[in-house]
Ligand binder design. Sequence first.
Ligand code: ZN
Length: 243
Amino acid sequence: MYDFQRKRVYDWENAQSWFTREISYLTEQQVRLIIERLDKIFKRNTTIKFKNGRGGSWAVENEVHLRKSWALNYGVIFHEYAHILTKDLHGRQFICAYCNLLNLFHPKQPSFDELCQTMYQFRVSHDCFDEWRRKHKLSRRHEPFESVPEIQVVEKPKKKRVSAKQRVMKLLEEYSFLHVEGPTETDTPTPWVYGQFDSSGDPNDPWCDFHYCEGNSWLEIERRCLDYIKLWNAGVKGEYQEG
Ligand SMILES: [Zn+2]
């Protein structure tokens, strides 16, 4: 089946006030309750998979896959649930299901007039809304879902953590006057840190008679490296000869 208006549907929904693509303002528990209620109304049994990381959200058969970072909101949930209810990708039946869900259950309850007019602008085509509504015995007796503040409630994925050891390794690459002895060699795990100064005791060396690093900690090694870099950048270059 050719998904003839997929791009137009995305463009249309992204431009609407009832659609928030980048914010997860519902909790997983709220999403479960929403799907549970829809399942009761439509006599379905939907499995929800909350996904970490970047990427898309989708629905297959009776499963919805939702990205925790951006998909836990009414617009995306109704979009995916409309896929559960129909079998024509983003076709005319899908739009019927989607618009009925939005009109009845979205807290903002966009009217059919509004939905039709905006779809017309984006050249999105659809089948008869009323017919679909009758077929599923839907009516105004169904209350919309509760309105919630559109504030991110799920943490966006964090940037990858960089360890003190990784940071030190980068500094060693960048500043060739730095020397760390010990922790990289398995037989001598005690770290000794040297900067740009003569090891016999330059008075400018803040660690002149204390190169031995107690506690064997990468954070402490990093702190000393940064001390030396600070002096280096201030022009205190000691005995170190570049090149
Ligand atoms: Zn879709």
